[in-house]
Design a protein around this ligand. Sequence first.
Ligand code: KG4
Ligand code: ZN
Length: 358
Amino acid sequence: MKSEKVYILAIESSCDDTSCAILENEVLLANITANQTIHEQYGGVIPELASRDHQKNIVPTAHAALEKAGVNLSQISAIAFTRGPGLMGSLLVGTSFAKSLALALSIPLIEVNHMHAHILAHFIQFGVRSSELAEEKSGTRSTNSEIRTPNFPFLCLTVSGGHTQIVKVNDHLSFELIGQTQDDAVGEAFDKAAKILGLPYPGGPLIDKHAQSGDPKKFQFPKSKVPGLDYSFSGIKTAFLYFIQNGTKEDPKFIEKNLNDICASYQHHLINILLQNVIEASKIHNIKHIAIAGGVSANSELRKQLKETGIKQKWDVFIPSFEFCTDNAAMIAITGYYKFLKQDFCELSAVPEARYSL
Ligand code: KG4
Ligand code: ZN
């Protein structure tokens, strides 16, 4: 007999991280991620190598998550998995594993949209089990583990390696895409610039690190003209390439001498562009609960500027903890939990979708 608590085992394998999480109701018990370092030397993710590493990592990652959570497979209520968007070979590994497990355990299968999950990362409770959380809510137990969650509707700027979106979040399972990039994602603009500077993949965190000792006003970059709340980053990326080519033509040591200032100025520029549209979106939709999500939401300057803008604009801002910014299965698990409550299950015939809109 299963207890009334819901236990979700979730799998994330959309790109180069193999992750498994276990959730007890909305409380995270384990979130284990195997990162793939093999791609560093190639300056980007090599899909074939990523899927091979997922195959190697997925079973040990799931074992480690179950062990950390102290949960048996027989207790699991449903299996959630990332159906897309992502790399097809990578998605196939997670999808096949999730289907096999659901079939073997005779439990429901729940498909999750990766971008949807990045947003719901704001609802993960962590640090205590649900029984303790219930005591905390009733005031009989005191911890600081319960996180602040945004009220509906809120706006979420979702910024990752493959997407840049402004989403109006009406409910846990109801979204409206109100702005998005017309070409490259902002994470790509970070990673490509880092590659041009000779930094390894993924370059976003390294640009962030160098920027901390640089002058954000030293160099200027152009803005792309885009209608409405959409973005465009491909022109900025090309302008950055020409800027570096011209600089190194005049002085072969241009990058070496200016690395911190280049990173700070470029990062400052990208973040200004991101936040301008969020300010506009907040005015148009009259929403003051503003969240960020996705890998680029780990960026220290974005986090700082969002807080500062929030004070000026009288927003209530929501910034995920670092663990839930970049790809992780905890966000798949919480999305799976809300779908479980609605009995929103999928068939074993579900296939991955490399392009999967919200
Ligand atoms: O969400 P994510 O882990 O994977 C995708 O769904 O794409 O995002 C990865 C992206 C990469 O482009 C990476 O460079 C960027 O997030 N990123 C950062 C930082 N940490 C990760 N970009 C800027 N600053 C950071 N601190
Ligand atoms: Zn992601």
